[in-house]
Design a protein around this ligand. Structure first.
Ligand SMILES: NC(=O)C1=CN([C@@H]2O[C@H](COP(=O)(O)OP(=O)(O)OC[C@H]3O[C@@H](n4cnc5c(N)ncnc54)[C@H](OP(=O)(O)O)[C@@H]3O)[C@@H](O)[C@H]2O)[C@@H](O)CC1
Ligand SMILES: Nc1ncnc2c1ncn2[C@@H]1O[C@H](COP(=O)(O)OP(=O)(O)O)[C@@H](O)[C@H]1O
Ligand SMILES: [K+]
Length: 505
């Protein structure tokens, strides 16, 4: 499933029309029909539907939806909320068909009349503005949106809720608050970004018959479960532990043994053949009591935290993860730079090592093996010298810019986790839920990602699938055995068993 900006959507439209001769009016008919069919699944024939129609092509979709639902026997009032002269082009064409079909078009003259109608509506369909919105809402749209938002009716948006920008990064807007959005042709970026996604409610993408083979790829996609399942690594019957990779996890401290222990165990549960834990000696007993299957590399320490890089030989490992529970002391800076320079295998940098990375970021460009950064927005903000709010408002562009500049994979975590490859291509993983919003979930994720990289030929697939397995485990556990309140990171580690049993083939 592609994720597009407004500009990319207009380009798709242009290419579709130019390359195949498809007509804009036909696309509008398809869009209106697709939304109507989807909406029908939610409508009872007795329900009163009000459709609010604006000036542009989003309004044009509204005319098709109104006609289609009326043709199918639903109780629909179509309200054109702008003056006649504003309705032009394809929208006007469909307005004429609507009227010639014998249906009544209500026009906004007195707000009180619309207000009365809205009060008795069961469903309000917003076909006022789509991807063409610019700036804050002007009248009369602004007032109609406010009125609609006050009603108790079920609110449905066509393509995107009126007022919500299609792109990331815009924070000043007023918008229709949808319970459900029927998105046309491709997912708009704002449906995935924290401050705008809440306006969409639940959503679904409706196909309108664009010629998919001809459309330029935005190199930005939602990672889908079925596709993920197809590229999950299998287990060869003749394999031995060495076939599934030797992993090294580096981190932990005497006062923080849990993180590294959970990463290591998650890596083992996710199929890593051998896992070695490099941690201060004083943390070893606590870690070992949780992960009996791992071997250890005791590190020099001072007051319970890693002291320096002496004695860390990384040549024997197929993949390394560093940072979980390591602490942020200056002492571990040497270790982070040592690993960046010497690990000749995928190197995953997480948590406290990301903090250290800030002064070492220039070293990343010299790596010839894959480097993977797994920040949450706070860690990423620190790394790129931006505020957290700037990052969460524009996560796609910040992570794309960073990955391309430093030649790294960035896994920017959150309810929609964005995985960016060094070439800037992006995948979004939407699995998981707020049960994961608890300390330790990220440590488990690092272990899963490391193990997946050891077993897969493609770093991107490994990262996408690792994020998905992590999220699916939370979903499965909060459905069957836990609540989002009580779920613990250690539950996730154990829950991986069920995920692998049911999800992988
Ligand atoms: N493949 C496709 O792409 C397909 C796209 N389709 C549909 O087309 C939609 C895009 O249509 P679009 O380009 O006409 O833009 P749209 O969202 O209707 O808005 C333009 C109107 O809004 C107005 N306006 C703008 N800002 C405003 C504000 N702040 N406050 C108030 N008014 C404001 C602006 O007025 P103006 O600024 O020109 O005075 C203009 O009249 C897309 O979302 C999808 O639904 C499908 O039909 C089929 C295939
Ligand atoms: N509300 C949420 N919905 C879905 N996933 C979430 C949510 N909150 C957190 N997560 C996931 O949980 C993990 C948290 O990672 P992180 O913040 O690094 O945790 P920690 O460092 O405490 O272990 C990430 O994979 C993130 O995507
Ligand atoms: K809309």
């Amino acid at each position: 499933m592609d994720v597009v900006t407004a500009q990319e959507m207009y380009e798709w439209d242009r290419v579709a029309i130019k390359s195949t001769g498809l007509d804009g009016r036909l696309l509008m008919e398809n869009a209106g029909r697709a939304v109507s069919s989807d909406l029908e699944k939610k409508l009872g024939t007795h329900q009163r539907v009000i459709i609010l129609i604006g000036a542009g092509n989003n309004g044009g979709d509204g005319f098709v939806i109104a006609r289609t639902l009326l043709n199918r026997g639903y109780s629909v009032e179509a309200w054109q909320i702008v003056s006649d002269s504003k309705v032009e082009g394809d929208a006007r064409y469909h307005k004429e068909i609507f009227i010639k079909s014998g249906y009544t078009l209500y026009k906004l003259e007195k707000t009180d009349d619309l207000s009365e109608s809205l009060k008795s509506a069961d469903v309000i369909v917003d076909a006022m503005l789509g991807i063409g919105v610019k700036g804050r809402l002007r009248e009369p749209v602004k007032q109609v949106v406010e009125l609609a938002n006050e009603q108790r009716a079920f609110r449905v948006a066509v393509d995107l809720p009126t007022g919500v920008p299609a792109d990331e990064g815009i924070v000043e807007f007023d918008a229709f608050k949808a319970d459900y959005t029927c998105i046309i042709a491709a997912l708009k970026m704002s449906a995935l970004v924290e401050h705008t996604r809440v306006y969409y409610g639940e959503w679904k993408v409706c196909d309108i018959g664009l010629p998919v083979k001809k459309l330029p790829s935005p190199s930005r996609k939602v990672w889908q479960r079925e596709g993920g399942r197809r590229v999950l690594p299998g287990r060869d019957p003749n394999s031995h532990k060495g076939s599934h990779g030797k992993a090294l996890v580096v981190g932990g401290a005497a006062h923080m043994p849990g993180s590294i222990a959970m990463s290591a165990k998650a890596a083992l549960r996710s199929g890593a053949g051998l896992v070695t834990i490099a941690t201060p000696k004083s943390a070893m007993n606590a870690v070992a009591s949780y992960v009996q299957e791992a071997t250890f590399l005791p590190l020099a320490e001072e007051r319970g935290v890693i002291k320096d890089s002496a004695g860390v030989d990384v040549s024997a490992y197929d993949g390394v993860a560093i940072g979980m529970g390591m602490g942020r002391g200056q002492e571990s800076n040497n270790l982070v730079s040592h690993l960046i320079s010497t690990v000749k295998a995928p190197l995953l940098i997480d948590a406290d090592a990301l903090y250290q990375l800030k002064n070492l970021v220039g070293l990343l460009r010299s790596r010839t093996y894959p480097t993977i950064l797994t920040p949450h927005p706070g860690e990423f903000a620190h790394l790129v010298d931006q505020s957290i709010s700037a990052i969460v408002r524009s996560p796609f562009s910040y992570s794309r810019e960073f990955s391309k500049a430093y030649g790294v994979y960035t896994v920017l975590k959150g309810p929609a986790t964005i995985i960016t490859a060094p070439d800037g291509s992006q995948f979004v993983d939407l699995s998981g839920n707020a049960g994961l919003a608890k300390g330790g979930s990220g440590d488990v994720l690092s272990g899963i990602l490391l193990a997946m990289m050891l077993q897969s030929g493609s770093i991107t697939y490994a990262l996408n699938n690792g994020c998905m397995l992590h999220g699916l485990t939370a979903e499965m556990l909060t459905k069957d055995a836990h609540s989002m309140v009580d779920l613990l990171a250690t539950d996730l580690v154990e829950g991986l068993t069920q995920t692998f049993r049911t999800f992988s083939s």
